[in-house]
Design a protein around this ligand. Sequence first.
Ligand SMILES: [Zn+2]
Length: 105
Amino acid sequence: MVKFNYYKKKSGNKKYMDNQSYKNCQSCGMPLKRSPNGGGTNVDGTINKMYCIYCYENGQFKHPDWTVVQMQEFVKGKMKAMGFPMSLFATMFVKKIPALQRWIK
Ligand SMILES: [Zn+2]
């Protein structure tokens, strides 16, 4: 019999664990390839293929209280720091963030 483990956040009713693999972090949209280890880390130290290490570490979000707008601002700032100008690309990139799994109600 297969055992499924679901970890629930105290306040959340969302599913935080998912066996599905994603190409992009479902919190910030960054390609998971660019995350060290290829993803975030679960409580048991395994790799989480849904979120990147910058968003999700040791089974919890690094910024659990952030709204999607805050995340968008953060990503914009990060892209700027990485050398992306405040371009159409950055704008389009952050526009997709609300459609990611973390933000879908
Ligand atoms: Zn992320």
